[in-house]
Design a protein around this ligand. Structure first.
Ligand SMILES: NC(=O)c1ccc[n+]([C@@H]2O[C@H](COP(=O)([O-])OP(=O)(O)OC[C@H]3O[C@@H](n4cnc5c(N)ncnc54)[C@H](O)[C@@H]3O)[C@@H](O)[C@H]2O)c1
Length: 442
């Protein structure tokens, strides 16, 4: 049901004037909550940003953010300096509350389950302030029916809506403003109140619907990407067994007017695409393709490791050292959550590899990070896992420098981002995930 379909002149009896909401409390100041809170503050709302993480609050006050997102420091500083954004540990009285806390996946006897504990903890914290007529918005990604369950759990005469976030990390501020938005209100007035908030800064269209449809929409978007990446990964594995370059094949297949195949890679990471499809598996026995796609993508790190292990065996390399280039889950960001690099490093270490890591975008990681020279020094091979711009822009002198530092000269590109002709010219053996010919070249 589209709530706008029900719109008619009589509904305006409820007439929501322009300024129902003046003060907003945003709970959870991470990748989603902080830009949202800052944006609202810059658009004139009185905003209280709440987070349980003291370090995060201090870094926001100091303007030294842990999140490396283009334009965010300026946006946050503007919001704080205007006096419209205050950040603190505890919520306070407001007209509306927006929940942006994590919703990771947990496992119960091999069954995936959305961990709603952060959501309920945030809800319980604001419960005393949720009096009649207040608006509660959930932005965190949640399984269908969760908004309804929370509404029943609260058992209060509040307005409530589910408004999923669909921004792309690395381009958050632009997409926050320009993307279309879905609002699932538990009733029409809830949807309209939520729309009032978002229409202050959203330039895209805002579509109103019910919460379960909105919850489903968010999961469908990320599942669509996950399933299509799994298909591209399967194509890459098949091409690895043939003398076909999967990128040439995808490029030609995409000349078909109704085909748009995505690119393969070493696995799927991040907080969304590698997590959210499991919520479909959680709620339905019919999510067979979705489960299979998740498993295909989750197994890609092992597939990549096996390619390297076999190649090193073929080359008779003992005590191998491998240099990992890129551990962020995607190009040009510092976010390593669920990154395939973590699984690959763990697996290669368990197989006796000495692993060194270089990622010019990442500041903190589960394993020690090296500079480029230390990472390449005495290495037997480079494994490129992330499509960082910096890797694309390596010049001949950079590649030559890396070549001279290494013991064996092999580079494995899982993202098809290096200038292969340049690396070959310098003297490297270049292996490409999805190009069988490259793996059979001596
Ligand atoms: N990151 C993305 O690109 C993205 C995109 C769309 C949707 N989402 C969804 O948005 C939600 C938030 O994601 P994120 O990437 O911003 O997470 P995040 O981990 O970057 O930030 C979450 C913040 O919430 C805080 N927090 C946890 N429990 C709290 C509580 N009870 N009270 C107050 N603060 C609390 C944490 O300290 C943290 O700072 C998730 O459901 C995620 O799936 C994320």
């Amino acid at each position: 049901m589209n709530l706008e379909d029900k719109d008619n002149a009589n509904d305006d009896k409820e007439n929501i004037n322009d300024k129902n909401i003046k003060k907003i409390c945003v709970i959870g100041l991470g990748y989603i909550g902080l830009p949202t809170a800052s944006m609202l503050a810059n658009y004139g709302y009185d905003v209280v940003g709440v987070d349980i993480d003291r370090d995060r609050l201090e870094s926001i006050k100091d303007g030294k953010l842990k999140i490396n997102e283009p334009g965010l420091v300026t946006l946050v500083k503007g919001a704080i300096n205007s006096g419209n954004l205050k950040v603190k540990r505890e919520p306070e009285e407001a007209d509306a509350y927006i929940i942006c806390v994590p919703t990771p996946v947990t496992w119960e006897e091999n069954n995936p389950k959305c961990d709603l504990s952060y959501i309920y903890s945030a809800i319980d914290n604001i419960k005393p302030y949720l009096r009649d007529g207040k608006l509660l918005i959930i932005e965190s990604t949640i399984p269908p029916k969760t908004t309804e369950k929370i509404f029943k759990y609260l058992n209060k005469k509040i307005y409530m809506a589910y408004c999923p976030e669909r921004v792309l990390p690395g381009n958050i501020l632009k997409e926050l403003v320009e993307n279309d938005r879905i609002i699932g209100g538990i009733d029409k007035k809830s949807a309209k109140l939520a729309k009032e908030i978002y229409s202050s800064f959203v330039e895209g269209n805002i579509y109103l619907t019910n919460p379960t449809t909105a919850e489903m929409v968010k999961l469908m978007e990320n599942t669509y990407r996950d399933v299509n990446i799994a298909l591209a990964n399967e194509f890459a594995k098949i091409c690895n067994d043939l003398d076909v370059n999967v990128y040439d094949a995808i490029n030609l297949a995409n000349k078909h007017p109704r085909v748009n195949i995505l690119n393969p890679g070493p696995g799927v990471g991040g907080h969304c695409i590698s997590v959210d499809p499991w919520f479909m598996v959680e709620i339905s026995n019919n999510a067979e393709l979705i489960r299979t796609a998740r498993n295909i993508n989750d197994n890609m790190p092992k597939y990549v490791c096996d390619l390297i292990i076999n190649e090193f065996k073929r080359m008779n390399i003992s005590n191998p050292k491998i240099s990992i280039f890129g551990v962020a889950y995607k190009g040009n960001v510092e976010d390593t959550r669920e990154s395939p690099g973590k699984k690959i490093i763990k697996y290669l270490i368990s197989k006796g590899f000495n692993v060194s890591i270089y990622d010019p975008y990442v500041k903190t990681f589960d394993y020690p990070l090296n500079d480029l020279e230390d990472c390449a020094s005495n290495s037997d091979g480079i494994l490129v896992l992330t499509d960082h711009e910096k890797f694309k822009r390596f010049k001949e002198r950079d590649v030559l420098n890396i070549y001279n530092l290494m013991r064996n000269k092999i580079v494995v590109d899982t993202k098809n981002i290096l200038n292969h002709n340049l690396w070959k010219k310098v003297g490297f053996k270049v292996k490409l995930l999805g190009d069988g010919t490259s793996w059979r070249e001596k």
